[in-house]
Design a protein around this ligand. Structure first.
Ligand code: PMV
Ligand code: MG
Length: 332
């Protein structure tokens, strides 16, 4: 019998976090090739395993496995609409996006969802586009009541640096309640996902504070503070960052990302923890820019450095402050 192996990676926000929760706003997300792996093969009964939990389940309800099980349910529903009869399989997921039980904040739930969609696509020999994988994964998370923007799924499904324009999730949720799966999938949700090709060389550094932060709780805490005073300048700065990357305008990228960072700092005090302030401050006097990434309150921050010696300096300053270099993509 054939066994298939698929992978899915992680993501980090470059710019536009929190703003992207509002339809029509844009965010830039960097793909992080630290991956999860799934192996799937036909079996006589459903056997699901993830090394996050270290025990196996079938399709009986299990709190830890609910995300995996609900993704399977959505994909199987879709296969049925195509006249394909789902068959049991064994699915094994390895490669935790965490250390000592503390997650990195690279988008593990989004990555698992995309991974399971891809595993089923492989099993059923379906050739789904990144866009279709994004839709199936978003449908699953929206149906579950996830309160995120789905920006993580856009980046992880496209496996690229993307500029994502947010759709009206409340509207898609009403469709999920009233319409069939195939009807919802066929509709125009109103998002845009564009790959961005930077014409600029930089080291991309990811610093981990070692403190896990729960995006769902951060969103609940911060969302009432989101107003036009935050959204409008953030949108301008996100577009400017994308333009700076595309045209190779280093100063524009640095100024714009700093602007995004300052706007986040003023949005809510829970975003920039002491550690994230130190992470950001480590680029002082250097040809680089740094900021908190994603929901903040812990997890990761990023730095874009335009000088290899300065990258080294940032790493040293981070190390002294107890910030671990989680990932580094060197300039070409
Ligand atoms: O902390 P992360 O990387 O999961 O990012 C959260 C980004 C938010 O805009 C705050 C929420 C979201 O889902 O977009
Ligand atoms: Mg986070």
């Amino acid at each position: 019998m054939t066994k298939y192996q698929v992978k899915s990676g992680g993501k980090l926000y470059l710019a536009g976090e929190y703003a992207i929760l509002t339809p029509g706003q844009q965010a830039l997300l960097q793909f992080i090739p630290i991956s999860l792996t799934a192996e799937i093969e036909p079996a006589s009964s459903y056997q699901l395993y993830s090394d996050m939990f270290a025990y196996k389940v079938g399709l009986e309800r299990d709190k830890n496995y609910s995300l995996i099980q609900e993704t399977i349910a959505v994909v199987e529903d879709y296969l049925k609409t195509r006249g394909i009869k789902p068959c049991p399989f064994s699915l094994s997921i390895t490669g935790k996006l965490e250390k000592d039980g503390k997650k990195f904040g690279l988008g593990s739930s989004g990555s698992v969802t995309v991974l399971v969609v891809k595993a089923l696509a492989a099993l059923y020999q379906e050739d789904w586009s990144a866009d279709f994988i994004f839709r199936l994964a978003s449908y699953t998370l929206l149906k579950r009541g996830d309160n995120g923007s789905m920006g993580d799924l856009a980046c992880i499904a496209y496996e690229d640096l993307v500029l994502f324009k947010a759709f009206d999730r409340a509207r898609v949720r009403t469709w999920i309640k009233s319409d069939s799966l195939s009807q919802v999938l066929a509709r125009d949700w109103g998002y845009q996902i564009e790959s961005v090709r930077p014409a600029l060389d930089f080291d991309f550094l990811v610093g981990w504070t070692g403190l896990p932060s729960i995006s769902r709780d951060m969103i609940d805490q911060v969302k009432s503070a989101i107003s036009a005073d935050f959204l409008e300048p953030t949108q301008v700065a996100v577009e400017a960052t994308a333009q700076g990357l595309r045209t190779g305008d280093k100063e524009l990228v640095k100024v714009s990302l700093q602007k995004v960072s300052d706007l986040l700092k003023n949005l809510h005090p829970a975003i920039y923890t002491e550690e994230l302030l130190v992470l950001e401050g480590a680029v002082q006097g250097l040809d680089a820019v740094a900021k908190s990434s994603g929901s903040g309150g812990g997890d990761c921050g990023i730095a874009l450095s335009f000088n290899p010696d300065h990258s080294q300096k940032i790493r040293e300053r981070w190390r002294k402050a107890g910030i671990e270099l989680l990932f580094r993509q060197k300039a070409l």
